[in-house]
Design a protein around this ligand. Structure first.
Ligand SMILES: O=C(O)CCC(=O)C(=O)O
Length: 261
């Protein structure tokens, strides 16, 4: 897995990079079938947006013997993240983001580093997330939106917005208005992957479509940015990450594929 110079340049300038068809359709079908029939998704945590609409999130700080963790161990994702951040990365957490048809709530403008800096004892914005489209993501079902290049302005102050944490909106508006940064909608097909820098401002709208929008987001921290305080709970401190080829992800997917009724 080798990113091109153009991909590296584009991530440095924009704070995000879309890799189309990153995972093959057969492998995505396994993840899709397992997730959609997984009873654990019924226990996902609910988060209300500022208008009270609910998004659900199933987050894991640990790696387990399941298909979600297998994706988080993907050698190709990890290699891409290490090229973009210039250091070894480790698993920080992964999460299934579940936006149900018609009801799935919005995520307010925020930077992930706004949360992680405040709560996770890390000080350098050398962290990254890989969002894999389990369902296609469209404007209608509340795809992710980003402010292109906003990672370059550094971390903004964050306050609360509903049950979420949101960035200072005056500054968000200044980035879009005064500084004329572009506001992009990231539409994805199943199997596409969005890599985004932890200081990239992003949000997503409520799902107003009849189809769900589920994604698997794998988050990584760099080794040089290990947690300076090791506390119980929260996202983990550095531990070497075992990286797996796609064949191993597929083997776990085949093993756990639901048996048709
Ligand atoms: O995928 C989305 O709709 C939002 C995800 C998000 O805000 C996040 O992972 O921080």
């Amino acid at each position: 897995m080798q990113l091109t110079d153009e991909e590296l340049r584009s991530f440095a300038a924009d704070g995000y990079l879309i890799l189309r068809g990153f995972f093959a359709p057969d492998l995505m079908q396994l993840l899709y079938e397992i997730a959609k029939s997984d009873k654990a998704m019924d226990e996902a945590t609910e988060r209300r947006d500022a208008e009270g609409a609910i998004s659900r999130i199933r987050l894991s700080n640990d790696l387990h013997d399941d298909v979600y963790s297998a994706f988080a161990r993907s050698a190709r994702i990890v290699a891409a993240c290490e090229q973009l951040l210039g250091d070894e990365v480790y698993h920080f957490h992964h999460k299934m983001m579940l936006k149900e048809p018609r009801v799935g709530g919005a995520w307010e403008w925020h930077q992930d580093f706004g949360y992680w800096y405040a709560q996770q004892y890390v000080l350098f914005p050398d962290m990254i997330s890989a969002s894999i489209a389990v369902d296609a993501a469209t404007r209608q079902n509340g795809c992710m939106q980003v402010i292109r290049g906003s990672h370059r302005c550094g971390r903004l102050d964050h306050g609360t917005a509903g049950e979420q944490v949101g960035a200072d909106l005056e500054k968000v508006e200044a980035l879009l208005g005064f500084y004329e940064l572009e506001h992009d909608h990231v539409e994805l097909e199943q199997g596409d992957m969005l890599l985004f820098h932890c200081n990239l401002l992003h949000r997503s709208d409520r799902n107003r479509a009849d189809d769900p929008r589920w994604s698997l987001i794998c988050c990584y921290n760099t080794r040089h940015n290990d947690k300076y305080r090791k506390v119980e709970g929260g996202h983990p401190a550095y531990a070497p990450l075992e990286r797996w080829p796609d064949e191993r992800l597929a083997a776990i997917g085949e093993r756990d594929r639901p048996v048709p009724a």
